[in-house]
Design a protein around this ligand. Structure first.
Ligand code: TYM
Length: 349
């Protein structure tokens, strides 16, 4: 549906909230690189620094450092500024401007249903920032200000993307502009769209988990990775011969999914190789595979982070290219709404 009237364009975002996990890598960034390399569409990847202050301000230096670290991670994982637009959100004001419009389109009832808000706000919802509540509207603006049609994300962002489609449809309908905003499609693909905690197979692997043993960070060294995988919770049974055998074994399923995603294969293939083997055999193989993938990434990240000026240059250049797409779309949006624009604003028509 999105492609009928809109050119294929890929957009996604990651928050610079300090340290990417293996979950972010397998669920999102690895897919970003794959979509860039396919070369079938323009790819736009954003460090969403304005989202990163919705749950509290980490401090000026910490936010700047997290932004540089994430930029380095994007590049070290294989994103290429010559083939993708890479920038941070706050450098392109059109995101925040369109988000305001969407604050007037989205309904309170819709936002009240967002499970991520409920999780992040916790028990004391009255104390949550308005920004945290309106977070999905800014996310919709991120996507729609580029008329993006495809959004690679992990499973946990599905509800936000459904909301983005609802916002697009309601805007198009209420403002009499059929097909103006595309109904962007989530791209939730691969064996690891929901990587779980290494300590509890029913909880998502997350940067904010209190226990560092629950996650693998992109910057963990080989010994730490091996230790975390060795200590990962499992059950005493050997690996089954088919994926059905993983059904009530969340920890085993998680490790098999991680292996499959890292090896670019399927869980079924992994089980074909390891059926009947104990975790004491599987875990060292998984650790080796993880280290082999992450060691070059963290090495490259260290080199890139040594030159923050170069990272700033990449982000600045990306922001100029992003703004050149976003500003005409925002101008058309203002025009549809009926805002008087007597000063010059790019129309790109
Ligand atoms: P963030 O920064 O929390 O996560 C970035 C991406 O990583 C994915 N992810 C995971 N995938 C698999 N397993 C996990 N354990 C795991 N943890 C995180 C997330 O699904 C996400 O794709 N709201 C977004 C950021 C955002 C955005 C956007 C995304 C802002 N605007 C527009 C797409 C389009 C977020 O919280 O990302």
């Amino acid at each position: 549906m999105a492609e009928a009237t809109h050119r294929r364009r890929v957009f996604s975002g990651v928050q610079p909230t300090g340290g990417l996990t293996l979950g972010n890598y397998l669920g999102a960034v690895k897919r970003f690189v794959a979509m860039q390399d396919e070369g079938e569409a323009e790819t736009i990847y954003c460090l969403v620094d304005m989202h990163a202050i919705t749950a509290g301000w980490p401090g000026r230096e910490a936010l700047r450092a997290a932004t540089h670290e994430l930029a380095a991670a994007f590049l070290a994982c294989g994103l290429d500024p010559a083939r993708s637009i890479i920038f941070n959100q706050s450098q392109v004001p059109a995101h925040a401007e369109l988000a305001w419009i969407f604050n007037c389109v989205a309904r309170l009832g819709w936002l009240n249903r967002m499970t991520q808000f409920k999780d992040k706000a916790g028990r004391d919802r009255e104390a949550a920032s308005v920004g945290l509540f309106a977070y999905p509207n800014l996310m919709a603006a991120d996507i729609l200000v580029y008329h993006a049609t495809h959004v690679p994300v992990g499973e946990d962002q599905k509800q936000h993307l459904e909301l983005t489609r609802d916002i697009a449809a309601k805007f198009n309908n209420d403002f009499g502009a059929p097909d103006f905003f595309p109904l962007a499609e989530p791209v939730i693909e691969g064996a690891a769209t929901r990587v779980m905690s290494l300590r509890d197979g029913t909880k998502k692997m997350s940067k904010s988990d209190a226990s560092d043993m629950s996650r693998i960070n992109l910057t963990d060294d080989a010994d730490t990775i091996a230790l975390k995988i060795r200590k990962a919770r499992t059950d005493p049974e050997p690996l089954p011969g088919s994926v059905e055998g993983l059904e009530s074994r969340p920890e085993a399923r998680n490790l098999v999914n991680i292996y499959a995603a890292l090896a670019d294969t399927t869980p079924q293939e992994v089980l074909a190789e390891f059926a009947g083997r104990p975790f004491s055999e599987f875990k060292p193989r998984l650790a080796d595979l993880t280290v082999a993938t992450l060691a070059p990434i963290s090495q490259r990240m260290r080199e890139l982070m040594a030159d923050p000026g170069e990272l700033d240059r990449v982000l600045g250049e990306g922001a100029d290219r992003a703004a050149a797409i976003a500003e005409p779309i925002l101008a058309q949006t203002y025009d549809i709404i009926g805002f008087v624009r007597s000063r010059r604003m790019a129309t790109g028509a």
